[in-house]
Write a protein that binds this ligand. Structure first.
Ligand SMILES: Nc1ncnc2c1ncn2[C@@H]1O[C@H](COP(=O)(O)OP(=O)(O)O)[C@@H](O)[C@H]1O
Ligand SMILES: O=C(CO)[C@@H](O)[C@H](O)COP(=O)(O)O
Length: 590
């Protein structure tokens, strides 16, 4: 480890709080994590990081748990002998869309945070800082009525998408605020400020309520992206319809920091006294976990990232702002004029776990719990078709939770169609053997991503390492150039293989070799850029691109494009979209 400055990045996600410390050359020097279920057990009444009220479709997390987790993860960095006094800058990423409600005492309590045994830890000193003890989680689906109003507010869902980057979504913060104001009017009236989870975590470090981040703010259905200002119409809607209400909500949300870099202030004395941070350590804006993911490596045009976390997300960067209700566009977290294309699925890792748990556990209890799942996933041929002329292709939708993409209630559906052209699409009369589900759930998730991103990809330029041996780039079908896998599921070789089969990737499928730490790493890289850019004109890609080394950062886990296999999935892509349409039609007519 050199003696230079260090940078600390966080990832406050659904199930964990992760911290990673890097040097200016981007090498990792230390890391630590807190697993909310594992570390806190029944204390906060959570399961997989959240509490659930099934009756109303509410999903939320106790803010006090996050406060306790922050102290615990910093203690673990100390226990790992991390030289916290050398940390020059801090940034990070957090689960998107969640909202934290600060009381009228919040600013005073944040400013008075002190390392004082008598006054206790963050959870003790900030006991009176919140008007609401919970933060709605991105899995919440209690806001359909509010979403309907948001989709109508500008006339159509298309116009809402053009203004805010997305159509209305259950988890988006505007509909969430609108519902909480209606459900808990007293709480709302006693709320001085509202933070996103990313600006909430930054607030703890700067000792005051931090401004929201220019990228994460696009996950609210309240920020007008073309003008980069709050939408007065949508603020009024969320605030009850009056101009006074809109002004009050605008004050609660505060200003948005347009610069993804730079300093929001020096670290609070609490962290200096308790953990030995330098009083000169500064805090850069924190962003959403998906915008941070695209910062975890120098993403080139046509590269794609698949984040296999609790949620599954598909991410690409594009210079074109062409919004559509079927996907999301966010401001790039560091580079004005660039946008993050995102698809987000609620039925991600947890849905794959459901299928895994429906299979016999591995005989050896110490084996990888995914062993049986992987064996079946890899022994089942693509679409479970051995002979395309005679076998029917199997297509499924596995939504154990109400899904976001498409917006539909929970359910599992199984269809078959011709493997050669997708014709004769029919629901299966009998569920196929559960062993087939291991491959088919992963195929279904990848087919949905391929269907919705096909307008963003084109025939990639041939590259010496990328052109497949049997073809030149001119004959390659449109597909991403590289696919990077991140998140907990990126550890799984069977999932990697199937992602390559379906999505292609002329240069292959790679795993970011920091396991599930991509978001925290993106946050740490953001801190390096924020404090080491020579001036505001040096872009993130310029600075990080000069320092990032492939060796040790990524590992090729699948060849990606496989001629014949990729086209085979292309043959049923239309049928997959047709299947979703049929299922939505039935759900609408219920
Ligand atoms: N070997 C594996 N194979 C498939 N999925 C995995 C594997 N290891 C972890 N996961 C999945 O990763 C998910 C958690 O991913 P992670 O990125 O750590 O979560 P978060 O959503 O909190 O960021 C869990 O749903 C878990 O099922
Ligand atoms: O809702 C989204 C993105 O729109 C989710 O990606 C959340 O941002 C949290 O994801 P995890 O990292 O917890 O899976």
């Amino acid at each position: 480890m050199s003696e230079g400055p260090l940078y600390l990045g966080f990832d406050l996600s659904t199930q964990q709080l992760k911290a990673i410390v890097i040097q200016s050359d981007l090498s990792v020097v230390s890391s630590a994590k807190v697993d909310f279920d594992g570390d806190f057990g029944a204390k906060y009444g959570i399961k997989k990081g959240v509490q659930v009220n099934e009756v109303d479709g509410e999903v939320f997390a106790p803010v006090a748990m996050w406060l306790e987790a922050l102290d615990l993860v910093l203690q673990r960095l100390q226990e790992a002998k991390t030289p916290l006094n050398r940390i020059r800058g801090i940034s990070g990423s957090c689960q998107q869309h969640g909202s934290v409600y600060w009381s009228r005492e919040a600013e005073k309590l944040l400013a008075e945070l002190q390392a004082d045994k008598q006054r206790g830890d963050l959870v003790d000193q900030l006991k009176g800082a919140f008007s609401h003890p919970y933060a709605p989680n991105w899995q919440d689906h209690s806001t359909q009525a509010e979403c309907d109003k948001f989709d109508e507010a500008l006339g159509t869902a298309e116009r809402l998408a053009h203004a805010t980057g997305s159509a209305a979504h259950h988890r988006f913060t505007g509909p969430q605020i609108m519902r909480l104001r209606r459900k808990l009017p007293g709480m709302y009236a006693s709320t001085s400020r509202i933070s996103l989870v990313s600006s909430f975590l930054a607030s703890l470090f700067i000792g005051s309520v931090a401004p929201m981040d220019i990228s994460d703010v696009c996950g609210m259905n309240l920020w007008d992206i073309p003008s980069n200002t709050w939408s007065e119409t949508l603020l009024a809607l969320a605030a009850g319809g009056s101009a006074e209400g809109a002004a009050d909500l605008k004050a609660k949300l505060g200003k948005v920091r347009l610069d993804g870099g730079g300093s929001m202030g020096k670290i609070s004395p609490y962290f200096v006294g308790k953990y030995g941070f330098s009083p000169d350590c500064e805090i850069a804006p924190f962003t959403g976990d998906n915008p941070a993911t695209i910062l975890a490596l120098p993403l080139r045009p046509l590269d794609a990232i698949v984040s296999l976390g609790t949620s599954t997300t598909f991410l690409m960067i594009t210079p074109v702002y062409k919004p559509d209700p079927s996907y999301h566009l966010f401001n790039h977290p560091t580079t004005p004029g660039q946008y993050m294309f995102m698809l987000c699925y609620k039925n991600g890792g947890l849905a794959r776990e459901k299928v895994r748990d429906s299979l016999p556990a591995p005989s050896n209890s110490s084996a990888d719990p995914w062993e049986t799942f992987n064996q079946h996933a890899l022994s089942t041929p693509p679409l479970d078709v051995s002979s395309p002329e005679t076998d029917k292709a199997k297509l499924g939708l596995y939504f154990y939770l109400p899904e976001i993409v498409p917006n539909i209630s929970a359910g599992t559906w199984r269809y078959e169609c011709s493997a050669t052209d997708g014709s004769d699409l029919q629901p299966v009369s009998q569920p196929w053997p559960v062993e087939k589900d291991a491959r088919i759930i992963v195929e279904s998730q990848a087919l949905s991503m391929r269907l919705r991103s096909q307008n963003l990809v084109s025939t990639p330029p041939s590259t010496p390492s990328g052109t497949s041996s049997s073809s030149s780039s001119s004959t390659l079908p449109a597909q991403p150039r590289r696919i990077y896998l991140v998140g907990g599921g990126s550890l799984n070789p069977a999932i990697a293989r199937i992602m390559g089969d379906v999505l292609g990737g002329v240069d292959g499928v790679y795993k970011l070799d920091v396991g599930g730490n991509a978001c925290a790493l993106g946050g740490a890289y953001k801190a390096v850029w924020a404090f080491e850019r020579k001036d505001e004109t040096e872009t993130f890609d310029e600075l990080i691109g000069k320092r990032w080394k492939e060796e040790g950062a990524i590992r090729k886990v699948d060849e990606g494009y496989k001629r014949g296999v990729f086209e085979g999935y292309g043959n049923v892509l239309g049928a997959f979209g047709e299947m979703e349409g049929k299922v939505l039609e039935v759900a609408r007519n219920k």
